[in-house]
Design a protein. Structure first.
Length: 121
């Protein structure tokens, strides 16, 4: 792609280079994770998460690293509350209002979970 003004070309090339660098760094991180995964005691959990539609390697590893021991949650509602993926609610007397997702809790892990295609409706 070519631009009329040299400054535009420089700025555009800088953006292209930034994207290429980010993709290269992501590739390196994925390779490092893959090399360490066989030795990790949480690998079965990572593998199980990847069996779900929309959960790839990085999302699965982040979720497991953030949550740690999934058995500390006695039911799925507790896990979703940890992720901050529960509806908001305001109650007054007999009136109950339920709103959108609260987005409280572990926002880093919750963002990974909520952005996974096929998992959030």
């Amino acid at each position: 792609m070519a631009f009329d003004h040299p400054a535009q070309q420089i700025a555009f090339q800088d953006y292209v280079d930034a994207v290429m660098d980010a993709e290269r760094r992501l590739q390196q991180v994925e390779e490092q994770i893959l090399s360490l995964l066989p030795e990790w005691n949480q690998r079965p959990v990572v593998d199980s998460l990847q069996a779900m539609r929309g959960i790839a390697l990085i999302n699965a590893v982040v979720l497991v690293a953030e949550v740690g021991d999934f058995t500390r949650f006695s039911n799925p509602r507790q896990l979703m509350a940890y992720f901050g993926l529960v509806p908001g609610e305001q109650s007054s007397g007999e009136t109950v209002w339920r709103g959108g997702i609260t987005k409280t809790g572990n926002t880093h892990a919750g963002a990974r979970w909520s952005r996974a295609p096929g998992l959030t409706g």
